[in-house]
Design a protein around this ligand. Structure first.
Ligand code: AQP
Length: 329
């Protein structure tokens, strides 16, 4: 059986990168896989969070999943902290992870900056918890954006190490990196990933932005003075132009080559107008649905409880198996 696990952190507003790099693909996978889509709140607290804001953001992420097309009759919506097996398994797996493996993780290096020694243990051991998230479900596939590929590769190494020591328990999960927009870049700097934690709100399109804000942010997005080229090759040295065209292709469910076929030679002022119209037509219905869902937190909590019941049954079974192999009473 093919099973999916993936998640997003409730660390602020979800943005177009989360949507195009992950969420949009999750929706497509629902018919072919058994899917568990998680709000990873334990990961969120590896950086400081206000408790009330965290609670609200956790429900908001769940609403974004549903509003984007996750069908709760097909897929399970879950919140990481409601399944104790995630953290218990993380501890057990941690006993198989050499520090050298964690030292290679670029996300920690990026987030810790020059002051790694002052960072908290949770941020450093984040990838081990992510491995436990995936392996507790015996997931076979993990749809992620390009930025999370390294963590899924580490999960594979941990699963192999564990299986080698204790016998075959875990399938070796495959990363699924799908679509044109595997790494959406900041609207202010085409070399930087679009991210929730970027100080500038103009660097990203939030899934809660209204139509005027989307229009303004795209109009202000950094570009260069050249018109749209004829081939993708010519975009290699133009990161901002490349980013906007890739976003267009992904939103329109087409390819960069197709976008260039119909827009080559156009000035960016014209193209940005088309892009804004397209983004608004795709995102605003999701934003409106999110708002409706957020008005009924009891309904969201009931959906998350149903997901947790199913996920707890499955992950406790994995955990029991692991504990038996390790030799716990
Ligand atoms: N810019 C992006 N392009 C494509 N995919 C992206 N993802 C995130 N940013 C981009 C994908 O979204 C999923 C959930 O990510 P996350 O919210 O758990 O964590 P993150 O990758 O740390 O997201 P941010 O926005 O960069 O958060 P901060 O600023 O808090 O670190 C993942 O599948 C990820 O690949």
């Amino acid at each position: 059986m093919k099973r999916i696990f993936s998640g997003m952190q409730p660390t602020g507003n979800l943005h177009l990168g989360n949507y195009l790099g992950a969420l949009k693909n999750w929706v497509k996978l629902q018919d072919d896989y058994e899917c568990f889509y998680c709000v990873v709140d334990l990961h969120a607290i590896t950086l400081p969070q206000d408790p009330e804001a965290l609670r609200r953001a956790s429900r908001e992420v769940a609403c974004a999943y549903i509003a984007s097309g996750i069908d709760t009759n097909k897929s399970s919506l879950i919140v990481q902290s409601m399944m104790p097996a995630h953290t218990e398994l993380a501890w057990i797996l941690g006993s198989k992870v050499p520090l050298g493996w964690l030292n290679r993780m670029t996300q920690f290096k990026d987030k810790a900056g020059k002051d790694a020694g002052k960072q908290l243990l949770g941020l450093y051991s984040y990838p081990v918890l992510m491995a436990a998230d995936i392996l507790a479900y015996k997931a076979t596939h993990v749809p992620v954006g390009e930025d999370q590929k390294q963590h899924v590769e580490l999960t594979r190494d941990i699963a192999i190490a564990f299986n080698n020591t204790y016998g075959e328990i875990f399938p070796i999960p495959e990363p699924l990196i799908m679509g044109e927009a595997t790494r959406v870049m900041s609207l202010r700097d085409g070399k930087k990933k679009m991210s929730k934690s970027d100080e500038s709100d103009y660097s990203r399109i939030n899934m809660t932005d209204d139509a005027d804000t989307i229009m303004l942010k795209i109009r202000k997005a950094k570009t260069d003075p050249e018109p749209l080229p004829e081939t993708a090759k010519e975009l290699e040295s133009r990161p901002e132009a490349d980013n906007l065209i890739t976003i267009y292709a992904s939103l329109a469910d087409t390819t960069v080559a197709e976008v260039l076929k119909s827009h080559a030679g156009e000035q960016f002022s014209t193209f940005k107008k088309d892009l804004a119209d397209l983004a608004i037509s795709k995102l605003i219905p999701i934003t409106n649905r999110m708002r409706e869902l957020m008005a009924d937190p009891a309904e969201i909590d009931a959906i998350l409880k149903k997901g947790a019941d199913k996920a707890n049954a499955l992950t406790q079974k994995t955990l029991r198996e692991v504990k038996d192999r390790v030799g716990f009473l």
